[in-house]
Each structure stands twice: as C-alpha cells, then as structure tokens.
Design a protein around this ligand. Structure first.
Ligand code: UD1
Ligand code: CA
Length: 454
C-alpha cells in the first residue's frame, strides 16, 4: 500500500468549550485530544502529518511542536478552505486521510480499514459514514435508488426529505491527492453558511467522473466530536474504558475499572493488581506481581516487579523489585529506589538514590542524597539540603544507622557502618564505623520541682 499522508483539521474555535484553551488542547486523561488523533494516525503507519491550525494557533503550535507539520488557516472559512491551506503538502501524489482534531476516539484500525477499502476499490475518495436515528447537526449522505453516492448535504442546507436521512458524514475521508487538489480548486462557498465545505469536494469528484466510496462504520462512537466539557467527559469515559479493558485482557487485574484512570502510554505487566482510585499517567511502566493502590498517583515512572505501593504519589521516579512504598509517601522527580527497600509513611524523597535493603520507615525527608545499602533511618530524619540559596548533597554509606530525629546538614558524608545517635544535628562528616552524637548533654536537676514549691 502507498504511503499515507494525514491532514488534521484543528483551526476551529470551539466556542462551546467556554474556555481560554483552544478546543483540541483540552485533555482526556493525560493527553490532549489532538494527541490521540495523532497517535491513531501514527499507529496506522502515517508519519507525514499536517495539522491545520488557526484559532489560538501559537498555543496549538507550541504543543504540537516537532510532532507534526502545521499549516495556518488565518480565517476559518470552512473545512474545504482549511484543507486548501495544506498547499504543497497534498500536491505530490498518493493518498491523503482527513481527520478532525476533536475526535479523540478514532482508532488506527479504522484508518487502516478505510485505506484498504479505498485502495482495493480504487476510489478517488472514500468517506466514512455512520447511521443514527437522529443525525441532527451532521451532513447527510444522499444516495440514489441504487445506493450510489450523490452528495453530502450539511444539516443547515437539508430539505425536509434530506433531514430524514439517517446515514451521516463522520468527517473522516481518504482522497487521492490529485482528485483532492483538483476538487479544492473548484469549491465555492455558495451555501447557507457561506463556507467552503470539504464535503462538496465529493460531489465535484463524482460529477467529474471520479469514483466515490462510502464505508459505513460499525461503531459510530469512534467519530464523536467533542464540542463541550460534557462531551469531553463522555469521550474520556470511553477512552478510559478502552484502555482499562485492553489491560485486563492482557492479564492485569483492575479491581474497579470505573475508578481507575490509566493513560494510553502506560504499560503494565500481567498479574499486577491495580486497586481503586489510582491515576497512572505518562510513560509509566509497571512490572509483574505488583500491587498498586488504593489511591495512588504515578506519573512518568518505572516500577519493577513485585512492588507494593499504597496511597502514594510518584513522579518521574524508579522503584526496583520487592520494594514497598507508602502509605502516604511522595517520590518526587529523579528518585531511584533499589530492591527490597522500605519507603514508609510520610516519607518524601527527591532527586536521590536509595540502594538495596535500606529502610526509611516514617516521617523522613531525603533530598539530593546518595544513600547506600541496608541503612536504617529512624523516624523523623531530615536531609538539610538547602541553605536558602543553594542545594547540597548528602552521602550515606552502606549499613549506617541514622537515629531518630537526625538532621543531616549538607554537604555532608556519613561513612559506612557509622552510627548516629538520635536527635543529632550532623554538620561534619562522620567516619566509618564511628558513633556520632551531636546534641546537648542531658542535665537532671534532682528535686527541682519540689524546690519550686510543688
Ligand atoms: C463537518 C462536516 C459534516 C460532518 C461533521 C462530522 C463539513 C462542511 N461538514 O461539520 O458533514 O457531518 O463534520 O463531525 O465539512 N475546521 C477548520 N477550519 C474551518 C472550519 C472547521 O479547521 O474553517 C475544523 C474544526 O476545527 C473541526 C473540523 O474542521 O475540527 C470540523 O469542523 P466543524 O465546524 O465542527 O464541522 P461540522 O459543522 O461539525
Ligand atoms: Ca464538529
């Protein structure tokens, strides 16, 4: 099959979103709507994609930067006018798929099927239609008695007979680029909205002796366009369901799929259990035999095998095999946790490495630190990494023991096997195997209260 080009229409305003953010940049789970459309196109093997942008184009362009080409439609004069802005992009032969930036449910399978039908029937253009009891708002597919395509009529231009037609235009097409270029040059804006309709291109191609195909979709939900925040939440629900079902089919246990929010780029191995209330997003990768949740947020992180994470938040971090995290732990970016580590309750880790077998059980902050193996942190340890201006690192050697309520004022090194007494504020390096006590000595004054008259 020939190489495909894809045009994504995304210049419209999206007034009904009632938002300062352009419509196609609204997010479903962790990605913008147009990202889903681009993903589907890429998954279908198209790597030459051009988005038509217009309304708030700078913002849209910034988000799409590098991912796809863009063409600017200065004024939104209709879908046909939008495609015209692609200019040379469509002038070098092959086929061009047209998608909309506000239909995040479109799948690669559908794009491939459209391409196959279009090529095998040798059509000049093939449009995807769907059937609805109530096709209000959509362009209707008008056919002759023999079921042959005649034209598409926009809802606003329909006569009373045409309004009864249940087959409508989903807005997804594939054109031979030569036929498209030729038809675009003949478009007029002679209609109720005074716009250049892309839909008229099909009638023009047919009247010029070209071949127009119609592929009727089995699942019309794929073509739902998102125009409002309500429709956005409905689309999100469908996408979530799709992602969760695929994971469950692949062997992941999701206890309550309706309360589990997993992004499209998250990978989870079989035999891992996801408990209710989890939000897993970005390029997160989770191994096998893990138990995640309840109420856990993981973003852009790598979790290896047999890890247990309860009620915690992890951002851009890595957790190795057999480690437990939480409840109520916070792993901030660039935390790398080894195997058989315990990160307990109310522990925060940032930009730190914690090696195998170390236990950080409760109420501790580890920031900008390199922590060795089999270290025990007492409750309430703080790495004092910031002097108000600069950040400094703390280094702790293997098998050290950090007593409760210790402050480690960085830059500082605690060597292997060192032992820090509880309540110490450590400002100097501690040598290997030494005991360090850095606190005022306790003074007991006998009978003191009685002397005070009590
Ligand atoms: C369009 C189709 C209609 C179809 C429906 C399916 C036309 C004339 N009509 O109608 O037959 O049933 O989609 O959802 O094509 N856009 C631009 N520039 C413009 C105008 C639109 O980029 O000047 C973009 C919009 O941002 C949107 C897409 O094109 O992503 C579709 O435009 P919209 O105005 O929503 O078309 P509909 O009226 O829904
Ligand atoms: Ca629309």
């Amino acid at each position: 099959m020939e190489k495909l080009k894809v045009i994504i229409l995304a210049a419209g305003q999206g007034t009904r979103m009632k938002s300062k953010i352009p419509k196609v940049l609204h997010k479903v789970l962790d990605k913008t709507m147009i990202d889903y459309v681009i993903d589907a196109a890429e998954k279908a093997g198209c790597d030459d994609i051009c988005a038509i942008i217009g309304h708030q184009s700078a913002m849209v362009k910034a988000v799409l930067a590098g991912r796809v080409k863009t063409a600017l439609q200065k004024e939104q004069l209709g879908t046909g006018h939008a495609v015209m802005q692609a200019g040379d992009f469509i002038k070098d032969g092959g086929n061009v798929v047209i998608l909309c930036g506000d239909t995040p449910l479109i799948t690669a399978e559908t794009i491939n099927k459209l391409n196959e039908i279009h090529c095998s029937q040798n059509n000049d253009v093939t449009v995807i239609s769907a059937i609805a009891e109530d096709a209000t708002g959509y362009g209707r597919i008008v056919k002759d008695n023999g079921g042959r395509f005649i034209k598409i009529v926009e809802h606003k231009d329909c006569n009373s007979e045409e309004l009864k037609i249940k087959e409508y235009n989903t807005g997804v097409y594939i054109f031979k680029s030569t036929a498209l270029t030729d038809a675009l040059s003949k478009l007029t804006n002679n209609n109720s909205q005074g716009e250049y309709y892309l839909t008229d291109a099909l009638e023009i191609i047919k009247n010029d002796g070209g071949k127009v195909g119609v592929m009727t979709a089995e699942d019309e939900s794929e073509f739902i366009g998102v125009n409002s925040k309500l429709q956005l939440s409905q689309a999100a629900k469908t996408i979530r369901k799709r992602i969760n079902e695929n994971l469950m089919i692949s062997g992941v246990t999701i206890e309550d799929p309706d309360n589990t929010y997993i992004g499209q780029d998250v990978e989870i191995a079989p035999d891992t259990i996801i408990l209710p209330g989890c939000v897993l997003e970005g390029k997160t990768k989770i191994g096998t035999d893990c138990i995640i949740g309840p109420n856990t947020m993981i973003s852009g992180s790598v979790i290896h095998d047999a890890v247990i994470i309860k009620n915690s938040t992890l951002v851009n971090s890595e957790v190795d095999n057999f480690t437990t995290v939480g409840p109520y732990a916070y792993l901030r970016p660039n935390s790398k946790i080894g195997e058989h580590v315990k990160i307990g309750d109310f522990v925060e880790v940032k930009n730190s490495n914690i090696d195998d077998g170390t236990k950080v059980s409760h109420l501790t902050y580890i920031g900008d630190s390199d922590v060795g193996k089999n270290i025990n942190f007492g409750c309430g340890t703080v790495t004092v990494n910031y002097d108000g201006k600069n950040k400094f690192r703390t280094t702790i050697g293997d098998n050290a023991f950090i007593g409760c309520n210790t402050n480690l004022v960085a830059p500082v090194t605690v060597e292997e096997n060192a032992y820090i007494a509880a309540g110490s504020t450590i400002t100097n390096d501690v040598p290997e195997s030494a005991l360090s006590i850095a606190r005022a000595r306790q003074v007991n004054k006998p009978e003191w209260r009685k002397k005070m008259g009590k």
